[in-house]
Structures are given as C-alpha cells and as structure tokens.
Design a protein around this ligand. Structure first.
Ligand code: MN
Length: 263
C-alpha cells in the first residue's frame, strides 16, 4: 500500500510528522505538502503562477518528502500527477491542530487537500484534532493507520472521503467513535476592527457555535468527547432548489427586454 500524506500547516508541522511516522508502519509513505502554513485556503488551486517544488531530506526517516510552494490542493495534484510514481492507494491530510467541523470543511485546507485525492479517485481522509496539544496527535495518527489497514484489506470500501475529528484529550478520556453528519453551521463569523494609526484594519474571527448535544452533528460528537467520522461526498450542492420554471422564463424575458438595472 502506498500512502500520500499532506496537510495545510506546512511540511514541517508536527502533525504531519507524527502522521507519517505511524502510517509508515503499515505502508510506504510519501509526504508532499506546502512549504509553509496554508490553513483556511480550502480548495484553492494555483493557476496563475508557476509552482516550485523542493525535494527535502525526509521529514521522518524513509519518507520521501517534497515541499510545494503552493496550496494544499496544489500539493496533492502535483503529488498524484507528477511526484509520486505508481498508484497512490490513500491520501491522508493532517493532522490539523484544530477542528474541521460542520460548514468549516468548505474553507479547510486540510479537507481541501483530501478532496483533491477523492476527486482523483483515491480514497482520502482528512484528520483533525480539536486543539493544539501535541501529546494527543498520536491517537489521531494511530486511528489513521487503522483506517488505512481497513481500506487496504477491503473491510472498508466504496467512495471513501472521510472527515475525522478527535477530541483534544488522552485516549482513556475518549468515549468512542461516532459516524456523524456535518453540522449545518459550526461557526459564526465575527469581525474585529482596529486602527493602526494610518488606516483601519479588520480581523475575521470564527466563533464555534454551541450545538444540541443529542444531534448527529459532528460538532456534537466531539463535544461529547467522542471521535467524529463524517463521510463526505461531492454532491453537497445538488439539493434541488425551488426556482420555478416560469421565474426562469420571466427572468430571461426581462433580460432580453433590457428591464432591470439601468446603465
Ligand atoms: Mn491547518
């Protein structure tokens, strides 16, 4: 089995190192990741400038390692299309030292990288932990290795694109694993405003929303102290929206008649 590890925190991030260290016990591992922190870049792909790649000394022994001057998604596209020879059986993105829950998956670089793997037909996992405690990274890495083995043996199959989030606590304090759904909204955007003496500036801040602890939502599972595994798919925008046909006809008629906004 050959596994590509990546992340959005940069090739030297502790989460990637711990992940590669565990995964190399069960598979051949190649690491391809951005050369610096690229969090919250979501699915961004670099199309208007060249991408440079540097082969590094292995970030952990025996793991061929590349740094990409680009986004997490760029890293996966380059890895699958150019840098890694032969078939990649699994993409694992992480371990992100912060949660990726609910609608946050839409801006997460960790999930964005896994999405690229999935769109290339490779089973993909995004793995995050609900806080920065490096002592708990190993739980997440071990779970990723176990999932890799299940995928390799065929006991976990199908269109695999899983978003895994662990509570930031030692294993004995974790209750279990729940299969969850994405919370509708996991965060509120707030804006903080200040002045640097010349001009105003703003910080976009994301505050976690408290959810109903009984819901099947991913955010609730992690709050209960459980590991959340959310199967993702890419038809998330396919819910039928109730735009009546006659409204379409009306819009096009008005467009053709030059009604609406004046020049
Ligand atoms: Mn990150």
């Amino acid at each position: 089995m050959k596994i590509l590890v990546t992340n959005d925190d940069g090739i030297f991030a502790p989460g990637l190192r711990v992940l590669a260290n565990e995964l190399k016990k069960v598979a051949q591992v190649v690491a391809v990741a951005p050369d610096r922190e690229q969090s919250a870049l979501g699915t961004a792909v670099t199309l208007r400038q060249p991408l440079r790649v540097q082969r590094l000394r292995p970030v952990v022994p025996k793991v061929v390692s590349y740094a990409v001057e680009g986004t997490p998604a760029d890293s996966v596209i380059l890895a699958l299309g150019k840098l890694v020879s032969g078939r990649v059986d699994l993409v694992v993105s992480g371990i992100n030292p912060g949660p990726n829950l609910g609608d946050n998956v839409l801006i997460s670089g960790t999930v964005g990288a896994a999405l690229q793997g999935y769109q290339h037909g490779v089973p993909s996992l995004a793995v995050s932990i609900d806080g920065p405690d490096e002592r708990n990274l190993r739980n997440a890495a071990k779970l990723a290795a176990l999932l890799a083995e299940k995928i390799d043996s065929g006991s976990l199959k199908g269109d695999i694109f899983l978003n895994v989030n662990l509570p930031d606590r030692p294993l004995p304090e974790i209750g279990g694993i729940e299969i969850t759904e994405l919370a509708d909204r996991a965060y509120n955007d707030t804006i903080s405003e200040d002045d640097d003496g010349r001009r105003k500036y703003y910080w976009l801040l994301r505050d976690k929303i408290k959810t109903n602890a009984n819901s099947r939502a991913d955010i609730g599972a992690v709050e209960r102290g459980n590991i959340s595994v959310t199967p993702l798919h890419t038809d998330l925008f396919r819910k039928p929206l109730l735009i009546p046909d006659n409204l379409c006809a009306e819009l096009f008629r008005e467009l053709s008649n030059g009604a609406g906004a004046k020049d």
